[in-house]
Design a protein around this ligand. Sequence first.
Ligand code: MEV
Length: 431
Amino acid sequence: MTTAPSGSRLPGFYNLSLKERHALLARDGWLTAEEINALSGEAGLTSAQADHMIENVVGLHALPLGIALNFLVNDREVLVPMAIEEPSVVAGASFMAKLARAGGGFTAKTTPPEMIGQMQLLDVPDFDAARQALLDQKDRLLAEAAQIDPVLQRLGGGPRDIEVRLIDSSPIGSFLVLHLIYDVRDAMGANAVNTATERLAPLVEAISGGRVHLRILSNLADRRLASAKCTIPLTELAFEGYNAEEVRDGIIAAWAFAAVDPYRAATHNKGIMNGVDAVVIATGNDWRAIEAGAHAYAARGGRYTSLSTWGKDSAGNLTGSLEMPLAVGIVGGATKVHPTARAALKLMGVKTAAELAEIIVSVGLAQNLAALRALATEGIQRGHMSLHARQVAIAAGAQGEAIERLAQQLVAEKTVRIDRAEEILREWQER
Ligand code: MEV
């Protein structure tokens, strides 16, 4: 029997053992025993399953899977699964989600799940005439495209529009590009769009008199955007020796740096992607597609800039927002085949790809805040080092309770290095 999941606060989760965390997830009705096994690795992806997913399989590659707490997205309590090897990311997201929930949590939304399929048209005899003919026959093209995937059509998806662009200077001269706008509903959409562009090519050639060369979706999914915003009450920002205004203004100044400087913007956006990718990977989605889309979107104005914006409201509270393309799915591909991905989707209780995107963009914003808050105050190394120290301790050969003990000593000595870790271990063994 499962009860309705409670809130996402789960105080003390950090201090529980792995077993106790599993028990809590089951007790509070977040997941069944079977789903917990899928997350814990006991019943996750098998090599035999993997052998059907890609070629030349020899095994599996594991990543830590953590849960970010405290998330309130569109008034819904969410536990967020994150697959990532980097320390501090899960803790950072959880902590910032806690600050954000004091201001009502994250408000997120998405545009319709419209992807762009591109067709490159070469050897077109007359660009203007071909372009006009394609636009004149838009209804015919859309009707033909609608036949291609009856399942998607039944679910309310399918072709929406046709656009034709003239590329008038390229290394091979001019050519036309046709964009097929395709609503893919709850799928990531690559298969649906690629199939549609391939199937539509002969008709496009017949109408335009040209030759269709490439037929492939665009990862710059700028019609499929997700956005999130949050307000952090000023009072939540003070900590240790830092007063609230100083933290807020420091965060805004850090953002301003990324807004104008591509060198900083790349790192700033990398921090956002720490959160975004971790959820994308946990749910079996294509993180390369999301990365490509995010960075291309960040450069859409002709200069690479920050994906997020930070400022203050009239009451002096910190306000943040993030907008980016998020082509993620909850049906098809690894999202369905991978048992851990299925359990991760279940944990978040998402019913649509849009809901998943709304959570992911909120995590990206939280992660960005975690980085900026640390950078604008004490720097990231302090928080990072204590977690990093555990990895160094393990790499040096520490086991069981010695991992934590060694990590603490490395941090206390301010020397988080493998050579020192090995030395301490040797000293302990010689005692
Ligand atoms: C590290 O993985 C991410 C940060 O560099 C992001 C940032 O600088 O904003 C801390």
